[in-house]
Design a protein around this ligand. Structure first.
Ligand SMILES: Cc1cc2nc3c(=O)[nH]c(=O)nc-3n(C[C@H](O)[C@H](O)[C@H](O)COP(=O)(O)OP(=O)(O)OC[C@H]3O[C@@H](n4cnc5c(N)ncnc54)[C@H](O)[C@@H]3O)c2cc1C
Length: 245
């Protein structure tokens, strides 16, 4: 996987209660969020919401790093079967820290997964990939949405966060896996990505989710037994990453 970077577009739109950002900041503060899944995009949301207080007088880049698509990340990728569903009601799923949420910085009210699906199906919000239109229409507040639809909701949420970022704040993404994190002599954090590229940041957030583990004990025995006998052993893991054919 090569490391690529891209910037989300940010419009001048921003919340009315945020202090004005300094327009002529000279040095940009960089915050790297390793892992652009559900928690990573939530962190990016709080970083942009609190940006004027985090680094006054400086512009800020929040860079999300993941080998998987930013937003859906590994779990909620849009290219999985619609048979894979969430285990939460669509009405209970939201990324938005509304007024009822106790957290630092301004609240950001927004639609739950169910409300987003309804408004998107009605053409009030940007459309989803045509392959997800059926998932969209069948989603009600009391249904268990497909995981891939949740991925589309996460993608839209991240785009909204970038679009509503205050002036001087950028949300960018890099495709790649982080393989090392060290402190540089200049006080910066050094993230090394696989294939050798490097990302220097003022601060690093690790939002890695559940990590894979090497088979040990009974799992290792089963794997070597299967290998010896021409069989296939499937260790525990994400179904969408397994070949079950
Ligand atoms: C299959 C599955 C189904 C689930 N279903 C539900 C559900 O229906 N409802 C519910 O409430 N919860 C569910 N969960 C719980 C789930 O853990 C959370 O919903 C959520 O995805 C966790 O978010 P996260 O950001 O911590 O982890 P993830 O969503 O896994 O995101 C972590 C990201 O970090 C990236 N990453 C890891 N290591 C690196 C690295 N070295 N460099 C760069 N990037 C890296 C990964 O690629 C991944 O995209 C489910 C979990 C799984 C695994």
């Amino acid at each position: 996987m090569t490391a690529m970077s891209s910037a989300y577009s940010a419009s001048p739109a921003h919340g009315p209660h945020r202090p004005a950002a300094t327009p002529h900041a000279t040095t940009e503060a960089k915050i790297a969020v390793i892992g652009a899944g559900l928690v990573g995009v939530g962190v990016a949301e709080r970083l942009t919401a609190n940006a004027p207080f985090l680094a006054p007088g400086r512009s800020i880049e929040d860079v999300l790093v993941d080998p998987c698509p930013p937003g859906p990340g590994r779990v909620w990728r849009e290219e999985q079967s619609p048979l894979m569903r969430m285990n939460s009601f669509a009405r209970d799923v939201t990324l938005f820290p509304g007024k009822a949420v106790r957290c630092e910085g301004p609240a950001r009210p927004g639609p739950s997964l169910a409300a987003w699906a309804r408004e998107t199906a009605a053409g009030l919000l940007p459309p989803v990939d045509p392959r997800l239109e059926g998932d969209l229409r069948e989603t009600t507040p009391d249904s268990f949405a497909t995981r891939r639809l949740q991925g589309a909701y996460l993608s839209w949420f991240l785009r909204e966060v970038a679009r509503q970022a205050p002036p001087g704040v950028r949300v960018t993404t890099r495709t790649g896996r982080a393989v090392a994190l060290t402190a540089g002599p200049d006080g910066l954090q050094r993230v090394r990505l696989e294939h050798g590229s490097r990302l220097d940041a003022d601060a690093v957030v690790l939002a890695l989710g559940h990590l894979d583990a090497r088979p040990r004990g009974e799992e290792a025995d089963a794997a070597s037994f299967a290998a010896r006998h021409g069989l296939t052993y499937l260790p525990p893991g994400l179904v969408l990453q397994r070949c079950l054919s």
